[in-house]
Design a protein around this ligand. Sequence first.
Ligand code: SF4
Length: 389
Amino acid sequence: MHVQPFYRETSFFMSLPNAPGTISSEVSVMGVKPRKIRLEASTACQLHCPTCPTGVGRTQERLGVGHLRFADFSRLIDDNPFLTDVELSNWGEIFLDPELPSIVEHAYRRRVRLHADVGVNLNTLREETLESLVRYRFRSMSCSIDGTSEATYGSYRRDGSFEAVIGNIRRINEAKARHRTRFPHLKWQFIVFAHNQHEIPRARRLASELGMRFWLKLPWDDLYATGNAPPPGGDGVAKREMGLGVASRDEFAARYGERYAQKIMCSLLWHEPQINWDGRVLGCCVNHWGDFGNAFSEGLVPSLNGDRIRHARSTLTGRLPIRHDVPCATCPHFRSMERAQDWLTFGDLLTAGFLLRHRVALQDDRLRPALRPLLGLRKGVRALARFRS
Ligand code: SF4
C-alpha cells in the first residue's frame, strides 16, 4: 500500500462534505506516516490518584501492567527512520521502566527526540536513569505536581511525596548544570481543584525558582467513570488564575462551544498515534479499552493505516457512521460528538497539528493573556462556518 502523510492530502479533506456515508470509496486512499508517535514506556504507576483509570486499576485490565522493552523500541526506531520524536508518557510512570536508560541512549544515537510531556509523577528516579536523561538530552518533561505542601499534594496524588518530587527536580537541575545542558526542559503541570487552588501563586514562584515553565489544567471530572467521586473543582480563584473564566470542563464547553482539549485528543489518530508498551495501536491517549492492530508485529505504518483506524478517522470527520468494532464507538467523547453532530474539521486538524508540533499546552502561563480572545475568536469562526453550511 502506498501511504501518504495526511497533510499532503489537504484537498481530500477540504472537498469532503460532512455527510456520513457519502465518500466511502475515498477512505481507502487515506493514510498517515507521522514523524512523531506516542509509545507508552510503562503502564505501571506507584500512585493511586482517585479519578485516574490507572490509579484505580482500570487501564491495567486491558492494557496490562508492563514496560516498553529496549528490543522493541530499538527495532521500531531502526525500521522507521522518518521518526523524529517519541512521546513516552501516558497512563503510567515512565521511570518504572527498568530499560529506560538504554532506550534514552538509543534514541539519542538515532537522533530521535524523547518527551514525557503528558506527565510524570517523578516520585522515583534511579541514579542511572537520571544520568541518561541528562547525558543523552532527553528533550522535555512535564511534572504533575498539584500543590506545594505534603498535605495538599498527597490528597490527590495518593502515596506520593511532594518532598521526593521536588528533591528529584533539584537532582535533575544539578545534573544539567554538571553536563552544561538545557535538557530536559522541565514543566510544572498543576491540576486545579478546590483543595489546592490557594497554592497556585506559590507553585508558580517555586516553578520559576526551579527553572520550570508552569501550566494549569482542568481536572478530568468524571470523564473516565472510575467509580470515585471527583474531588470538588475550583471556583473563582481557579477562574482567575487559569485565565479562562471557567473552572471545569462543563463550564468550558458552555462558554467556548467545544469540549476541553477533545479535538486535540481525537486528532492524535492523525498526528501522534498512541501505541501501548506491547505494540498495540490505541490511536489516542484516551482509549484504553480496544486497539487497532499491533505496530511491533505488523509494522508501524501498516498498523497505523489498517481498515479500522481508517474507518475511525472517517467517522471522526463525520463522513462514515461508526462501526461497533472501532474503539471510538464506546468513548464518551465520541458519544458527545455524535449527539452534537460536531465532527473534526480540516481546520481542527490543522490547529491541533500546529499545537502538537510546537508542544503548546493550552494553558501554559505564557499563553494566558491571549487565550480567552483566541478561544472566543475560534468560537466565532466555528459559528460562522456552521451558519454558512
Ligand atoms: S472518540 Fe475517543 S477513543 Fe476515539 S479518538 Fe476521540 S478521544 Fe480517542
